[in-house]
Design a protein around this ligand. Sequence first.
Ligand SMILES: Cc1ncc(COP(=O)(O)O)c(C=O)c1O
Length: 392
Amino acid sequence: MSRSGPTRAPDWPQCLDTTAHAALRAEFPLLQTCVYLNSNSTGAAPRGAERVLHDYWETLRTWRDDVWQDWHVGLDRYADSVAALLGAPPGSVVTDANLSALLARVASCFDYRPPRDRVVTTDLEYPTVPFVFRAFGRYGAQLDVVGSGGHHLDQDALEARLDERTLLVCVSHASFISGATVDLPRLVARAHDVGALVVVDAYQTVGVVPLDVTALGVDVVLGGAHKWLCGVGTAFLYVRPDLVPDLEPAATGWQAGDRAFTFQPSTDWAPGARRFAGGTPYPLTSLVSQVGLDLLAGIGVEAIRAHSLALTQRALDRAHAAGIAVVSPTEPHRRGGVVCLDVPDGEAVKRRLATRGVICSWRGYLRVGPHVYNTLDEVDTFMDALEKELHR
Ligand SMILES: Cc1ncc(COP(=O)(O)O)c(C=O)c1O
């Protein structure tokens, strides 16, 4: 098993030369312990996180109250770094513990008054999406779930369901089940034509698939740190800046108010995306997540995407050659960062691969998610081990 990087010149688009790639790999100690192809589930933690954790303890050990000011600088810096990665202006992103909390906050901005009371989504979403909007049924939200009849969204069918009754259309940029991406420019154009807002769960793409929210004109984008962004415990929300003044979350907290730091009750909203903040934030996760984000931003998502496509292509080619059923789309523009394989007894196969030091995930299908720090050799190691498992 190859554990230390490519044994021959890598034939991926050279976003990093071999030396720089080895240096990048050295930033992720986990890669020295296994073949880690699981970044669609949980990204590898960068070595620099250890220093942040240590400093955090030092801060707690020597606590003074004005630390909160530094922590707010750190929190804002992380939110603005996410914004930069999304092609969004500073101040247009807010963070919180998880995507579910932020989605519910977005959902609480609407009255769901007929005739515009529909929330259109699909049966390929992460379970939090239908669950949150089902809960808002109490306030009038009419949930309309478009069936995929399989693993791939029929975008024509989705768009056919959008009309003047549609308030929101909420879809993932790439499905966590199949890795298939939605054609966002097309969806945004169609939704805006009928006066609906587009809410995108980009957890499975941000960090591995380029996304320019400003160019797209998309209304709301959510995602989080612990997958392709190599962070931990924090999620983010972007709202199109010119839409922000129209949205007033009922689920809110004191940090969303204009007088938050006077500790008086606010009478208006804080500027920008901060109106979607909640209560006291947890700074550690943003501070730790900054490390991975900086490493990835230094490479650039276009280059990461080229690398990712080369590695997922290798997995696809090997799967096709071995006769393994592929669930993900094979066209590069239709797939995200993951390749999903339909293998018998997949969950047990995943566990047995782990005992061989090959780490992937299983969510109905075996999911292999190589990131920019992985190599073609590692994808081959995965496929070799998988073929052995299937022919046991
Ligand atoms: C597409 C997608 N959305 C959302 C989530 C997670 O949401 P939350 O942060 O609420 O746990 C995940 C995975 O963890 C995901 O794959």
